[in-house]
Design a binder for this molecule. Structure first.
Ligand code: ADP
Length: 494
């Protein structure tokens, strides 16, 4: 290659070339080398000028490279430079010594190229690896690196402590996250790894693993996929021990069940006693003189107030009991064929009795029956809950309507009020346990519940293969509905 071709090749590859006279220290270089070192064109340069620009931490090492007694330029070397504007640049260089006829080293020639971008990328990678290592070694949660079939490649001490396996187990044989999962959760974990492959993440979910010594441990697991330098994918998974939380939940459910049972017995006795007293006083009221009436009538009023409070309390305790049965998975239903219309009418009549001053408007189909296979008491409980809520959350002068329509083999019972309505967000929340929406209307004399009623309603209706819902706009009242499958009597065996 002639010199012009060499220049062209050097420029195209952004390589700067230089030649150092070891006697004078004079440095001759291509324009590209000057640019890399941050020198202006046409200024005479020597080795000291260049060394002055080398980063102080690298200076001694670079000076040694140019020491004519121990020159070893064949090895590539990397160092930092600081330009006069303060910017930092990484260069990679290499070179060769030229000797005279007597074998004395007289010159060095070499090349330099900028590698700042590569160094920065390496630095960032190192930092992010350090951050990941720090998280992994902090052992706050279990972290597992696995392939996308779930085979564990690496894990931290928190994970090993949790599952009882060791780093040696992993090195000695294939330990797989799916295989260490309890049988009933294995499909879910396998699906999570498929999700990681397709979407890049597996959202956190609860599962259970079997430890090396056979214990079952409840876990919260999630993960995300990453790519190795060779493009193979792997997953980084986090694993959180839920044992303490599950135990707390179990104790809470136990407590719930215990207190609701304990509260119910004295309430039942109290209610019975109040009823006996009321009956006796009423009998007296019919027999006594006017002046004794003045004594009995206020007592009867007081008794009615006490009875109302006992009823409220009974409702709360019953709700607690129902929830405790639901969480224990023991919600007995006694199914029987009955007419849903009659059930709704009966419930409305009961309510009329309890709230005689309220207007309840009925919009029910007449001269027909709507056969459903249900637990009578439970369906009445749901309708009554909708109705009491409608009465509680609207003002006394506002009416409440109850209706039913039949559609696609289902009967839909709805309860509409003219109360404050429910916001879109609250419409989703109110069906959850212990969720209560906005405050009661100002001036309402109704007692607040525990936020369990609608949760129980939903569970009960879903246990009947039905559905519940609410339609509402803030300020314009709410319509709560339930839909149940209607029994097709034509298909019923006679
Ligand atoms: P609670 O016993 O607190 O009434 P529910 O589960 O029956 O519990 O109701 C949950 C929440 O839903 C209530 O606290 C209330 O904010 C809201 N809510 C229920 N029914 C109505 C209604 N008809 N109008 C407005 N808000 C209602």
């Amino acid at each position: 290659m002639n010199e012009a071709q060499i220049q062209l090749a050097l420029e195209a590859t952004r390589v700067g070339a230089w030649e150092l006279d070891l006697h004078t220290g004079g440095l001759v270089c291509t324009p590209r080398a000057r640019m890399l070192w941050g020198f202006p064109p046409d200024v005479p340069l020597n080795l000291q000028d260049l060394l002055a620009r080398v980063h102080p931490d690298d200076r001694e090492r670079v000076a040694r490279i140019f020491d004519k007694d121990r020159l070893d330029l064949q090895e590539g070397f990397e160092h930092r430079l600081i330009w006069p504007d303060g910017s930092l640049h990484w260069l990679s260089g290499g070179g060769q010594a030229i000797h005279d006829k007597q074998g004395r080293m007289v010159r060095q020639i070499g090349v330099a190229v900028e590698i700042t971008d590569r160094k920065r990328a390496e630095e960032e990678l190192r930092e992010s690896e350090q951050r990941f290592r720090r998280l992994m070694e902090s052992n706050l949660i279990g972290i597992v690196v696995s392939d996308l079939e779930g085979t564990i490649m690496e894990a931290n001490a928190a994970f090993f402590d949790l599952v009882g396996y060791t780093q040696e187990d992993i090195a000695a044989s294939r330990v797989n996250m799916i295989e260490m999962t309890s049988l009933q959760y294995q499909a879910q974990v396998a699906q999570a790894f498929k999700d990681v492959l397709v979407t890049g993440v597996a959202h956190p979910f609860e599962t259970e693993c079997v430890t090396k010594d056979g214990r079952r441990v409840p876990l919260l697991v999630g993960g995300a996929s990453f790519r190795n330098a060779d493009s193979t994918q792997f997953a980084v998974n986090f694993v959180v021990d839920l044992t303490a939380r599950k135990e707390l939940e179990r104790q809470k459910d136990l407590f719930l069940s215990m207190i609701s049972h304990e509260l119910r017995t004295p309430l039942t006795i109290l209610k019975g006693t109040l009823q006996v007293l009321k009956r006796r006083l009423k009998r007296q009221e019919a027999m006594v003189e006017q002046h004794s009436l003045e004594f009995i009538s206020p007592l009867l009023k007081e008794l009615a107030t006490a009875e109302r409070q006992v009823n409220v309390q009974t409702r709360l305790v019953n709700d607690l009991l129902d929830v405790s049965c639901i969480t224990a998975g023991k919600l007995p239903l006694t199914l029987q064929l009955c007419d849903l219309l009659a059930l709704v009418r009966e419930t409305v009549e009961d309510l009329r009795h309890m709230a005689p001053h309220r207007v309840l408007l009925l919009d029910l189909p007449t001269q027909t029956t709507v056969p459903v296979l249900v637990d009578r008491g439970r369906i009445k409980q749901v309708v009554a809950n909708y109705l009491t809520n409608a009465l509680r959350y609207s003002s006394p002068e506002q009416s409440v309507s109850i209706g039913m329509i039949r559609q696609d083999g289902r009967a839909r019972v709805w309860v509409r009020d003219q109360g404050p309505g429910i916001s879109k967000q609250a419409q989703k929340d109110i069906w959850r346990r212990f969720r209560r929406g906005e405050d009661l209307p100002v001036g309402s004399s109704a007692e607040r519940g525990l936020g369990l009623g609608l949760y129980i309603c939903q569970t009960l209706i879903e246990a009947h293969q039905g559905e519940v819902g609410v339609e509402s706009t803030l300020g314009s009242g709410s319509t709560f509905w339930l839909a149940l499958p209607v029994v097709d009597q034509a298909r019923k065996p006679s």
